[in-house]
Structures are given as structure tokens and as C-alpha cells.
Design a protein around this ligand. Structure first.
Ligand SMILES: CC(C)(COP(=O)(O)OP(=O)(O)OC[C@H]1O[C@@H](n2cnc3c(N)ncnc32)[C@H](O)[C@@H]1OP(=O)(O)O)[C@@H](O)C(=O)NCCC(=O)NCCS
Length: 140
């Protein structure tokens, strides 16, 4: 049986290995550095979780909010532990934690070609916004 608990910065090396070795996970040199994750976890202390079995991390979800929208990142379940409902449970935990923060809507980004990821999000009720274009700009 697995256990879900809040993600801590001491987990960083283990979760980074999992992300690095999982196709479909988009890693960013800046956003996923230990320094950036430290800032994110400090700003969002109640909405980031890991799933573990025998103290080995087999799943992650990161989420934060700016007081208006929640945003989910890095939902990953290690191969061999998938299709057991663990991702769904992690998303539910995150949704509950964001709700407690007063957040009413959550967004996320998935690579178009990530079939498994897109199937998963559709199945649990996250709609594609065909009326929007995702835009961003580097300001550094
Ligand atoms: C996407 C991912 C997190 C799903 O994790 P998981 O633990 O296998 O998902 P769950 O078992 O909680 O599945 C929940 C629902 O999604 C569906 N689903 C999960 N994987 C699926 C797949 N490969 N194809 C179709 N449906 C799928 C399940 O059928 C399930 O519905 P059900 O409970 O009614 O059967 C996992 O495949 C993964 O880590 N992929 C790589 C990283 C990634 O792409 N992350 C998402 C992008 S942010």
C-alpha cells in the first residue's frame, strides 16, 4: 500500500531522478533547479505531495496558486505503479488542498503529443480550452 505526504525539499534528489527518467515530463533548467523548487515549496507549503511505498518515492504532484488560479505541475507516477489510481488520488489531495486555500479553478499544461497524460486528464474532468492559445514570454 502506498502513502501520500507533503513534498519536502529533502525529497529533491529522489524526485528529480524520477522526473528525469519519465518520458512526458518537461523539465526546465531554471524552474526545476533545487533553488527554484525550494522557493516554490516555501510559497506553497500545503499543495505539493509525493506518493511513497516503503519510503521510496513513486509519485509526485506539484501545485501552487497566486490567490486567483491554482496550477498543477509534474504529476508523475513511476512506471510499474501506474493504472492503480495513484495519480487520481494525488490530484484529489491537491484539489482539496487548493480548495482550502479558497481556489476555485485549476489549470495545467500538457504536451499535445502526450496521449497518456491527455487521456488521464480528460478522464478525470480537465477540459481542453480550444478557445485559448497558450502564450508565454521569458522576462529574465
Ligand atoms: C499520466 C499518469 C500520471 C497517470 O498515472 P496513473 O497512476 O496511471 O493514473 P490513474 O491510475 O490514477 O488513472 C486515473 C484514470 O485515468 C485513466 N488512465 C490512466 N492511464 C491511462 C492510459 N495510459 N490510457 C488511458 N487511460 C488512462 C485510468 O483509466 C483511470 O481511470 P479509471 O480509474 O476509471 O480506470 C502516468 O501515466 C504518468 O506518470 N505519465 C508520465 C508523466 C505524465 O505524462 N504526466 C502527465 C502530464 S502533466
Amino acid at each position: 500500500m502506498y502513502n501520500i505526504r507533503i513534498m519536502e525539499i529533502k525529497d529533491y534528489e529522489e524526485i528529480y531522478e524520477l522526473w528525469k527518467n519519465t518520458p512526458g515530463v518537461g523539465l526546465s533548467g531554471n524552474d526545476d533547479s533545487k533553488e527554484s523548487i525550494t522557493i516554490f515549496l516555501t510559497k506553497n507549503p500545503t499543495t505539493n505531495f509525493i506518493a511513497e511505498i516503503d519510503q521510496k518515492i513513486i509519485g509526485t504532484i506539484m501545485a501552487g496558486h497566486d490567490g486567483r488560479r491554482g496550477h498543477i505541475y509534474h504529476l508523475v507516477i513511476k512506471e510499474g505503479y501506474r493504472k492503480k489510481g495513484i495519480a487520481k488520488k494525488l490530484v484529489e489531495k491537491t484539489q482539496d488542498a487548493l480548495k482550502k486555500e479558497g481556489i476555485k479553478k485549476i489549470s495545467l499544461v500538457v504536451f499535445k503529443e502526450n496521449k497518456i497524460g491527455n487521456n488521464f486528464w480528460r478522464k478525470i474532468g480537465y477540459k481542453t480550452r480550444e478557445d485559448l492559445k497558450y502564450r508565454d514570454k521569458r522576462i529574465e
